[in-house]
Every structure is written in C-alpha cells, then in structure tokens.
Ligand binder design. Structure first.
Ligand SMILES: [Zn+2]
Length: 339
C-alpha cells in the first residue's frame, strides 16, 4: 500500500479521489475518456495518473527521482517526451485529424511488452479529431483490452466521439475550478502579485491550465490581450480598419494553422461580448476582463444589449463555418462587416 500520492494541486478533487482509489486498490480501468473544456487540467491529470502508475518506488508517489519519474519531469511543459511505457498522440500541427497511421503507431507501441514489467499507458489528446478510420482502429483495441494497458482519451467535445468508443470507456467529467482557488495557487505557489493573480484568475474562467499558460507564455498572453484591444478598437472603427485587422490576422498562417488562429480569436471576442453583456446588465462581479468597463468608455463605443446578443450569435456561427472548411479570411470578414 502506498503512503501518500502527490497530485497537481488545482485538479478536480472528485476525479483525483476516484483515480487515487483505483491506484491504491490496484484496479484502474482499461480505458477512460477525460471530458471537459480546454485548459481545465485534463492532460495534467492524465500525465500525473500515468506518472504515478509507472513510478518505480513505493511510498511517496510519484517519487520524482526514479528513472520513470524523471522522464515525466525533465520537460514538464513539453507534451512530447520519450518513455518506453507511456505514449502520446495528438493531431499533427498542419493536419485536421488524427490519422489512422498515427493510431496504428500508437497501438503498436502499446502492444509491445512493458519495459519495466508494469503498465503501458497511452493518451490521445483532442480525441474528437480522430478520423473515422483511426476511430475504428482504436475501437478494435478497446474491444480487446489487454491487462495492464490503459488508454486515456482526452476531449473537449467528447460528445462527438462514436458511441461505440464511449460505451467502452469510463467517462470522467472535468469541471471548472473556482476562481479563488486559482487565485490562491498563483499567489501562494507561484509568487504572483495579488493584482496580477486577480487578473489572471478571472481571465482563465475556471481553467487552471489557462491561468498557468498566461503566466508562463508571454507571447500567448500578449496575443490574448492584443485581440481584446483590437476587437474593442474595431467596434468603434470604419470598414477599412476592420478589413485591415482581418488581413493582419489571416495573412501569416495558412491551412489548418490559420483556421486554429481564427477559432482562437473568435473565442477571445466571444469572451469580451459575454463580459460586455454582463456589464450592461450590471453583473460586474462576474466580469472576466477586469478593465473592460474603462476600456469601453475610453473607446467611446455604445452598443445595446440586443446588438451584443446579435454579435455573440454571429461569433458562435463563425466556429461552425470554420469547421465546415470556409476560409478563415471569409469567416472573419463576415463578422467584422456585420456588426
Ligand atoms: Zn518515481
């Protein structure tokens, strides 16, 4: 029996308790779906779960010093690292789906016997992007589970996975973490100033991995803030400036990378609209962007509730167009020319 298990401090407690029990009783499931919004800690928990199961030392788990643990911690922020008994697959950067070839490789690695004589663990990130062939290949493996082999499918849109796959997995639903908890973590464990912690914890909307990404990845934070400012700016601008912004946003990246940027930009704009509506309704406590009220005043923009609602609908529909392969430029132009 292990003495104590160390998990990421911001994780979903119920899920942690459940997984911990299965580790202590030595009866984890053969396959899981980790379902929930992006950046909520699903990958972090999957990685910790794998690290604990593969740790070679009994007692304080994960020990952090055995050969297996070291592979998990050397590059803590890197998703790709080499470990004989842990394998990871996600969509390639320039592709729309996870391909059958990728899943065949994934299965091949899982089928090899364990280096350490213990578990073999495989994680599929963005599992909703499995191509039909890839999903079918994976299904065959799920139908014939092997002892001590664990497959974890991570997805923010688990409802899009084939029911044949879902029915063979234990589904765990990850929920947003309280803003106060993220704030405390940033102040106490990351030594972030109170003001910055207040800002980041609100911006992350209950998604701890997003708060940490804002903290650690300056470029990402800059991109976010820029898009909030640009959006407010064009709300008060004429057609030329609006089209110039679309040109700027879509000029650099082509193909799937361009589509992903457009999704991201639209999500940020949706966040601003949600706050804008909250401000108009006097619900200032729930506002994500703390300085939005001042900024809107500063830019001198006046939109009614009905206009913001219409804009929000326009933004929601834009995601569907992008998914249907309409070019990011057309989709963004359609937004900026219609509000
Ligand atoms: Zn260890």
């Amino acid at each position: 029996m292990k003495d104590k298990i160390v998990w990421p401090s911001l994780a979903n407690e119920q899920i942690i308790k459940y997984l911990e029990k299965s580790i202590l009783e030595n009866n984890p499931e053969g396959s899981y779906v980790f379902s929930g919004p992006d950046n909520i800690g699903k990958s972090t928990v999957a990685k910790s779960f794998a690290q604990i199961l593969l740790c070679k030392n009994k007692g304080f788990l994960p020990c952090g010093v055995c050969e297996s643990c070291r592979r998990f911690t050397i590059k803590d922020n890197e998703e790709y690292f080499s470990h004989g008994d842990f394998t990871f697959v996600t969509r390639a950067k320039d592709k729309k789906n996870i391909s059958i070839e990728q899943i065949r490789d994934f299965i091949r690695v899982l089928n090899m016997s364990s280096f350490a004589g213990g578990y073999k663990i495989g994680v599929v990130k963005h599992a909703e992007l499995l191509s039909t062939e890839a999903a079918n290949a994976l299904l065959k493996t799920l139908e014939e589970p092997k002892e001590k082999t664990i497959i974890i499918l991570i997805s923010s849109e688990a409802e899009l996975l084939p029911t044949t796959i879902l029915s063979r997995c234990k589904i765990l639903y990850f929920k947003p973490v309280m803003t106060e908890k993220i704030y405390d973590y940033l102040v106490k464990e990351r030594n972030v100033s109170r003001e910055k912690a207040r800002n980041l914890s609100r911006l992350s909307l209950g998604r701890p991995a997003l708060a940490i990404k804002f903290l650690e990845d300056e470029e990402f934070y800059y991109f976010y803030n820029n898009n909030v400012e640009d959006f407010l700016h064009i709300c008060g601008s004429g057609i030329n400036e609006r089209l110039m912004l679309v040109e700027e946003l879509t000029g650099k990246e082509k193909g799937q990378a361009g589509t992903r940027i457009a999704h991201r930009v639209i999500e940020i704009w949706q966040g601003v609209c949600r706050d804008w509506l909250l401000l108009l309704l006097g619900q200032n406590n729930y506002v994500q962007h703390i300085y939005l009220a001042d900024e809107i005043k500063h830019q001198g923009i006046e939109y009614t509730e009905a206009e913001i609602v219409r804009l929000s609908k326009l933004l929601s529909r834009a995601h569907l167009y992008l998914k249907a392969n309409v070019s990011p430029r057309l989709v963004l132009e359609n937004i900026v020319l219609n509000f």
